[in-house]
Design a protein around this ligand. Structure first.
Ligand code: DAT
Ligand code: MG
Length: 139
């Protein structure tokens, strides 16, 4: 048993579309346990830390603007292989091609210039999870 923790964000599109409960329900139904949950108005400084690996990329500024456009729900989930498991539940980055049955595949689509509106974020490694949990919950 490898119990891990991951950071999940429900992005402003998910919160604005009232999908918070539906998304959290899918994660709980899979068997992962909610450890912490809060609604946050992110700041540019917080997002710069969170998206450190993407600073300077062409989509970075629109991504940050989008993440500042409304409240975000931040959660810590725990479970065996939850990092990989949540990313599998979320589906691939582009919601147009994310598989049906996934959060992005079922609820998301490409909104033209706003590819970043893909409803959720999930940490991609144990190192990212530790770093991101600190940023959002102990910052
Ligand atoms: P993921 O969220 O699937 O881990 P990522 O870490 O590569 O994807 O990128 C972070 C976010 O940035 C992603 O959720 C949406 C946005 N993004 C990534 N690639 C993009 C692109 N080519 N154009 C616009 N937005 C992009
Ligand atoms: Mg990522």
């Amino acid at each position: 048993m490898t119990t891990e923790r991951t950071l999940v964000l429900i992005k402003p599109d998910g919160v604005a579309r009232n999908l918070t409960g539906a998304i959290l329900a899918r994660i709980e139904a899979k068997g992962y346990s909610l450890v912490e949950l809060k609604k946050v108005d992110a700041t540019r400084e917080l997002l710069e830390q969170h998206y450190e690996e993407h600073v300077g990329k062409p989509f970075y500024e629109p991504l940050v603007e989008f993440m500042l456009s409304g409240p975000v729900v931040a959660a810590i989930f725990e479970g065996h292989r939850v990092i990989e498991g949540f990313r599998s539940l979320a589906g691939t980055t582009d919601p147009t091609t994310a598989a049906p049955g996934t959060i992005r595949g079922d609820f998301g689509r490409d909104w033209g210039l706003k590819v970043q509106q893909n409803l959720v974020h999930g940490s991609d490694s144990t190192e990212s999870a530790d770093r991101e949990i600190k940023i959002w919950f102990q910052g």
